[in-house]
Design a protein around this ligand. Structure first.
Ligand SMILES: *Cc1c(COP(=O)(O)O)cnc(C)c1O
Length: 228
């Protein structure tokens, strides 16, 4: 087995045991393989090992890999910060966007989504740790944003996403993920998705209801460059 396939087996075991500890069906937790900074060949390997969903942070890098992997039936998720001038290409080349944090971006994605592709799946990114430097909408602004995004014709609002401030303490990790879960319940929009949990905190995220875990390092190894 390749290292990537080995990593995937170990990760599947982590997800299964976290699900069991939380009394959840492991099938209710989907794996998003985060491949930023990694070559198309690594995505080809993870696909061969059975993974279908791929997350990328940088548009140009993602488009280059999509070109190289056009023969594979992959589902592409955009998970990075979004500038206005990138919305058209994102609307045309992705199935999901996890990182929408303001209405202007959502409106552009809706206007620019090609009808033939069907609605674009959207998660709203929320800043649950209150750090100034992080992207994500403030919890106080979420209800109005969610209501407005839910009404846009070519988007399908699925749920919420967060990248909490990193912590080694399980209780701190869980508190941030619980905040996201409670915010989602408070919206009462029938949302089915919580995109939360990365390589170092997926157990805490699963305990608090994650439906997507976004995993890079634990699958592909450490990154040589780029943000964590
Ligand atoms: C890089 C990244 C991940 C994956 O992080 P790892 O710690 O490598 O698992 C998940 N989500 C987002 C938004 C990222 O940018």
């Amino acid at each position: 087995m390749s290292t990537i396939a080995d990593n995937l087996s170990a990760l599947a075991a982590r997800i299964a045991s976290a699900a069991q500890a939380a009394g959840r069906d492991p099938a209710s937790i989907q794996l998003l393989a985060v491949s930023k900074t990694k070559p198309a060949s690594a995505i080809r390997e993870i696909h061969a090992a059975g993974v279908r969903d791929v997350g990328e942070n940088y548009l140009q890098e993602a488009l280059t890999k999509q070109q190289a992997l056009g023969d594979l039936p992959l589902i592409w998720h955009f998970i990075g910060p979004i500038q206005s001038n990138k919305t058209k290409a994102i609307a045309e080349h992705f199935d999901w966007v996890h990182s929408v944090d303001r209405l202007k971006i959502a409106q552009r994605l809706s206007e620019q989504r090609p009808a033939a592709l069907g609605p674009l799946n959207i998660c709203l990114q929320v800043n649950v740790s209150g750090e100034d430097s992080k992207s994500g909408c403030a919890p106080a602004d979420l209800p109005a944003l969610a209501k407005a995004v839910a009404s846009l014709p070519n988007l399908r609002l699925r749920g919420l996403m967060a990248i909490p401030e990193p912590s080694d303490e399980r209780a701190v990790q869980e508190a941030a993920f619980a905040t996201l879960r409670e915010l989602q319940q408070g919206l009462d929009l029938g949302l089915d998705t919580l995109s939360m949990g990365m390589s170092h905190d997926l157990e805490a995220a699963i305990a608090q209801g994650a439906t997507w875990v976004r995993i890079g390092t634990a699958l592909f190894g450490a990154r040589d460059y780029g943000p964590v």
